[in-house]
Design a protein around this ligand. Structure first.
Ligand code: AHR
Length: 657
């Protein structure tokens, strides 16, 4: 509830209310001066972090429904079941000829009734009634064979809910396509193929996509999940991670050049999250790279976000093998970075720019920044980073380099890197903090004392971790979201130093996650935003262009009586934007003494995220249990009174007349 009164009257009103709930209310007078423009808030301020963890890409954002479509998992038939004589299905290895796609299956169709093959999808396939699906396969048949493929979409009970026929008649490898429409919905459906006729057939890249993908692109992304990202209007997207960049070993580090072009030529490798956590082992987690660098760049373009690729710096994950590329052999790694910039920004006269154009994207992606290393640390990192820095700055001085400060926001690793990279005049330092909510509440002033002339800060991965029952499922509850919102008042207040921030990780499949908490959860048909998602979205949509002072007794509002607050203005839309976070269980009545309040319209818009308990969460069943509620209030007088409910986050928007 918001009222506009004179400051004095407001306090009296507060006092009156106090009598009703004398033990559960605090009050204060805050001054806001929209005429004093402080830090400029970068358009990149709030962005998103994407990594293929929790089945965020394969089985998630990437809309492919067939798991192990190319028979490249360690167990080549994982995800597939043979109905009939299983000896009729043979996995063929052609590694020498096709190292990028070594396996396919050869099936001997014994008789007219045929042989069946089913694919279970990623914890089932989400199939929607009335939706069109595109099936494709790369196939060839031995001379004299006459095999037909009958396919069915099936629901959980095995009932057919869509069918089609393909006649893959070709002696050479060839792609065959057919479309079908689902007659019913299934949350955990499957694809069933019957090979009929007689003879011998080779099959590879057995694929099924919904026709409705994001922008209805072939090889596309799940439209509902991309929409969640687009709705945030993120300033940037960091991809492809995360630890996945590093690989447990160098051999399974992320190599962007292997993720572009024809999907059947993108080498599938194990996903590092397959085996990372024993308690969340995910043996069927591999990377098809169907969502590769071209798709990431296009996603960034679609949602208006600056692309921020992070590249391997010649070091595998230091929590795992810690494998190192000797410095005298690091050139190919550095070259990958230079080539990536050319791929994104080059014209047709350049090798990599020409390739981008040949892949259907004449416009440049306008890459402005690039990360060298993820959560790397120690002198080996500084040494390799320097080689990258020298080469990149020589050729592309305008490209900013994002630099890791390790795994933690404090401690010896952090201190050493922080000192070293400040000495080396790094552009942007990437700080990570996965900490309990209390840490976020305690650190809202972290950046108040940072060097204003040093490197810019990218709060590259963060999330408040409420301890879980088994320490695995840490909940995305309101307490965590409010702790992040409180901390973010400090990021925003220090926007002259903090130029970018992203929560991590972004996505999690409810049946296949390894890491929690996560911003957006989904199953094969549905999704929901966590309270943390709404905090991120509210900040992103209401960041403004400049910080303006909002003070209590001349000090930033950073935890006094459990309140955290910050004010910005948007010079373009002429709006004053005030964020108030109440992490306490007491309501708080704040009188906002706003300079020049009479210059603003008499209607103020208020968005509130709250619940009466801090432990509440959203879920697939109740996706909006905690969601922002819109309200408005008519302004009169020279002060604004804010009733911040217990456990609440408010964004108050005032428009200039
Ligand atoms: O976000 C999950 C993981 O946390 C990232 O992969 C890594 O960078 C960090 O340790």
């Amino acid at each position: 509830m918001i009222n506009f009164k004179t400051g004095k009257i407001a306090l009296v009103v507060g006092a009156v209310c106090l009598s009703a709930s004398a033990f559960a209310q605090t009050s204060a007078v805050y001054t806001v001066d929209p005429t004093q423009l402080k830090a400029t808030i970068q358009p990149t301020m709030y962005g998103i972090f994407f990594e293929d963890i929790n089945m965020g890409a394969d089985g998630g954002l990437y809309a492919e429904l067939v798991k192990n479509r190319s028979f490249e998992f360690d167990n080549a038939l994982m995800g597939w079941k043979v109905a009939g004589d299983s000896s009729a299905v043979k996995v063929v290895d052609r590694k020498a000829e096709r190292p990028d796609n070594p396996h396919y299956i050869n099936v001997t169709v014994p008789s007219a009734q045929g042989i069946g093959l089913s694919n279970e999808g990623f914890r089932g396939m989400g199939i929607r009634k009335g939706e069109g699906y595109n099936f494709s396969v790369i196939a060839r048949q031995a001379a004299g064979s006459n095999v037909t493929i009958q396919l069915e979409l099936r629901d959980e009970s095995g009932k057919a809910i869509g069918s089609a026929v393909v006649q893959p008649k070709s002696a050479q490898w060839k792609k065959f396509n057919v479309s079908l429409t689902a007659t019913a919905q299934a949350a955990k459906g499957s694809l069933y193929i019957t090979l009929k006729g007689r003879g011998n057939i080779d099959l590879d890249m057995i694929s099924l996509f919904p026709q409705h993908t994001w922008k209805n692109r072939a090889n596309g992304l799940r439209a509902d999940l991309v929409q969640m990202l687009a709705d945030m209007k993120p300033g940037f997207i960091r991809f492809p991670g995360g630890c996945i960049v590093e690989g447990r070993y160098l051999v399974n580090r992320y190599q962007w050049k292997k993720t572009i072009g024809d999907v059947d030529k993108r080498e599938t490798i194990i996903n590092r999250w397959n085996t990372e956590f024993k308690h969340r082992s995910t043996p069927d987690y591999f990377q098809s790279f169907g969502l590769g660098f071209m798709e990431y760049f296009m996603l960034a373009e679609d949602i208006g976000a600056e692309p921020l690729p992070i590249l391997n710096c010649g070091m595998a994950c230091q929590f795992n093998s810690g494998e190192l590329v000797p410095v005298d052999q690091i050139d190919p790694y550095v070259q990958d970075a230079l080539d990536l910039i050319e791929f994104a920004n080059g014209d047709a006269s350049t090798k990599w720019g020409k390739l981008r154009i040949s892949l259907g994207h004449p416009a440049k992606f306008n890459l402005k920044m690039l990360g060298v290393g993820n959560e790397n640390w120690g002198p080996n990192y500084v040494e390799r980073w320097t080689l990258f820095r020298d080469a990149i700055k020589k050729k592309y001085p305008q490209v900013k380099i994002v630099t890791s400060t390790g795994t933690d926001p404090d401690g010896a690793r952090f201190d050493t890197l922080n000192t070293a990279f400040r000495g080396l005049k790094a552009d942007i330092l990437d700080e990570h903090y996965y900490r309990p909510p209390q840490w976020f509440r305690d650190n809202a002033k972290r950046y108040d004392s940072y060097d204003r002339n040093g490197p810019k800060i990218f709060a590259g991965e963060y999330a408040a971790h409420v301890p879980g029952v088994d320490d695995a499922l840490k909940k995305n509850n309101l307490e965590a979201a409010l702790a992040e919102a409180a901390f973010m008042t400090g990021l925003e207040r220090n926007a002259d130093v903090v130029n970018m921030a992203s929560y991590a990780p972004l996505f999690a499949h409810v049946d296949a996650w390894q890491w929690a908490p996560d911003l957006i959860w989904f199953d094969n048909l549905k999704h929901y935003g966590t309270p943390n998602y709404y905090v991120q979205k509210l900040y992103s949509l209401n960041k403004g262009t400049n910080v303006v002072p909002m003070l209590l007794n001349g000090q930033p509002i950073a935890g006094q009586d459990g309140i955290y607050a910050n004010a910005t203005i948007n010079k373009n839309t002429k709006e004053l934007l005030i964020k108030v976070v109440n992490v306490s269980g007491k309501s708080h009545k704040a009188s906002l003494d706003i300079k020049g309040l009479s210059n603003y319209q008499t209607k103020a818009w208020v968005t509130t995220l709250t619940s009466d308990k801090p432990d509440v969460v959203n879920s697939l069943e109740q996706p909006q249990f905690i969601a922002p509620a819109e309200g408005s209030v008519n302004v009169s007088g020279s002060s604004l009174v804010v009733d911040a409910e217990p456990y609440s986050f408010k964004v108050i928007k005032l428009k200039m007349k």
